[in-house]
Write a protein that binds this ligand. Structure first.
Ligand SMILES: Cc1cc2nc3c(=O)[nH]c(=O)nc-3n(C[C@H](O)[C@H](O)[C@H](O)COP(=O)(O)OP(=O)(O)OC[C@H]3O[C@@H](n4cnc5c(N)ncnc54)[C@H](O)[C@@H]3O)c2cc1C
Length: 470
């Protein structure tokens, strides 16, 4: 009897450089499977923006597999219940998957492996990271809590091989039970359909990821290091949502940028800068793996006593991009329209929420979770804690961003604000960052929710309180 492997696809929705799929194809017949498990993640059930992305990503993957004569089997439910029956009905003697690192993902995978391993071979692979979180250790054998030495260690022990090709000669099992229809999962918004801006901005799927990477290498990489902080410069890769669902692997990106640098020597500086950002992704996964409470609890314990404020009116104004602080509102509206926000704007919006409004970073992380197409438990939790000052290797608390100074520095002409906040479009480049300074009240645009200087002082006082206690 020919061997038959079920490949459980999760955050690796691609055919190229997919170690689990590749190894399964070498064994014999293959059934690629995707399971929508809405219960195991608990409060971190997939958000609305990601559901939109997932729908299109699965559609695109199913098409690519169909071209190879392969189905993509879909099922909603608990993998621990679905797999034993599925293995029996297709006659599978192995289940392969690429590893994931969310606390609930690890728990489900462990339990499933335990329950299946008597009956079938279960193997897992690394398809999502350059470095497994447990492989990188300090001299004393501990996990890293500071990025720079972490990344130095990674680079010193780097051995990134070539990407794997699309497996050839894929064959599916003859007998496959009926799965779900993607449409029946209702992943797309209907009433209201808020995804118009997403459709204009993105092409989810492996082919879309390839185009995005190519565009970055050809036209953006050369000025990445100098312009990555400028929201209107279009200098960053835009790869985060593709990386999150694994439509491209970090190894493919690693190889592609190194090849670009080898061809053109002057790219060395932007390549190193760009790779260090990929390094922050690796570091965030390292942190989540070693401190699985990262999405829920402040890493620095003294923050448990921080006097956060509950203010639904402020929170709603922030979510809607109606805070009266132009750069913050531009970022929040970009997020609502496109499903992403430029990194600099994410930092400013997060800082304003946690420090000027004193609203808990969890509230911000929750909103991002629902609205970002790249919402990623590791990156989102680590970044929110970094900005809030409560995290591992976080920005020092007293360095509170002044959104107006930041806006003048990184959006000097006010183009980003003009693009996303049309009420301010007619203002000149001096006024647009802080119209209230010139006593200008643009029609339809709110006054600032709070005074930036007074709230900065209040945040510093609150921090002094917990520092004394801590
Ligand atoms: C409050 C806050 C929340 C965030 N939430 C997320 C999130 O949910 N998902 C997410 O992918 N990123 C998150 N980030 C990090 C960062 O903003 C995005 O990764 C980046 O803006 C994506 O754009 P890009 O692909 O063009 O990035 P590029 O600059 O082209 O970087 C390349 C890749 O490196 C990784 N990366 C870059 N910066 C960071 C970073 N600071 N931390 C971790 N990885 C990074 C991403 O995978 C990114 O695609 C957050 C940042 C902040 C401040």
């Amino acid at each position: 009897m020919t061997a038959c492997t079920i490949v459980w696809l999760r955050q690796d929705l691609r055919l190229v450089d997919n170690p689990a799929l590749h190894a399964a194809a070498v064994r014999g017949k293959v059934l690629p499977v995707y399971i929508l498990d809405d219960d195991s993640p608990g409060p971190w059930r997939m958000g609305g923006a990601q559901r939109w992305w997932l729908h299109h990503s699965l559609q695109s993957l199913a098409k690519a597999l169909a071209k190879k004569g392969m189905p993509l089997w879909l099922k909603k439910g608990d993998p621990r219940i679905i797999f034993p029956a599925l293995c029996q009905s297709v006659g599978a003697d192995a289940v392969y998957w690429n590893r994931r690192y969310t606390p609930w993902g690890i728990a489900v995978d462990k339990a499933l492996k335990e329950s299946l391993k008597e009956a079938v071979e279960v193997r897992s692979f690394n398809g999502s990271l350059l470095f497994e979180p447990w492989e990188v250790k300090t001299g004393e054998g501990n996990w890293f809590k500071v990025f720079t030495p972490y990344w130095k260690k990674c680079l010193a022990q780097v051995e990134i091989g070539d990407s794997l090709p699309v497996p050839g000669g894929l064959k599916s099992p003859e007998k496959i039970p009926e799965g779900d229809r993607l449409e029946d999962w209702h992943l797309l918004p209907t009433k209201p359909d808020w995804a118009g801006g997403f459709r204009e901005t993105w092409q989810p799927g492996e082919a879309g990821a390839g185009k995005q990477l190519e565009r970055f290498l050809v036209s953006r990489l050369s000025y990445y290091a100098d312009k990555r902080d400028v929201p209107v410069a279009d200098a960053t890769s835009g790869l985060s949502p593709f990386l999150h669902v694994g439509e491209v692997s970090p190894r493919q990106i690693w190889c592609a940028v190194h090849m670009a640098a080898a061809q053109e020597g002057h790219l060395e500086k932007p390549v190193q800068k760009f790779l260090s950002e990929l390094g922050w992704r690796e570091f965030s996964y390292h942190l989540l793996y070693h401190f699985p409470e990262l999405p829920e609890l402040s890493f620095r314990r003294e923050f448990n006593a921080f006097p956060w404020e509950q203010n639904d009116r402020y929170l709603l104004a922030w979510q809607k991009g109606q805070t009266g602080i132009p750069i913050v509102d531009a970022g929040m509206r970009e997020l609502w329209h496109t499903g992403v926000m430029h990194n600099r704007a994410r930092m400013l919006a997060a800082s304003f929420l946690t420090k000027n409004l004193l609203i808990h970073w969890r509230e911000g992380a929750d909103w991002f979770w629902d609205t970002l197409v790249d919402a990623d438990l590791a990156n989102n939790s680590a970044s929110w804690q970094w900005v809030a000052g409560s995290g591992v290797d976080a920005a020092p608390y007293f360095r509170i961003f002044n959104p107006v100074l930041q806006s003048r520095k990184f959006d000097p002409e006010g183009e980003y604000i003009r693009r996303w906040v049309p009420e301010l479009a007619a203002l000149d480049k001096d006024t647009i960052h802080a119209p209230w300074e010139k006593k200008i009240r643009p029609k339809g645009y709110p006054e600032p929710l709070v005074d930036l200087y007074a709230t900065r002082d209040r945040a510093l006082q609150a921090y002094q309180q917990i520092k004394k206690r801590g």
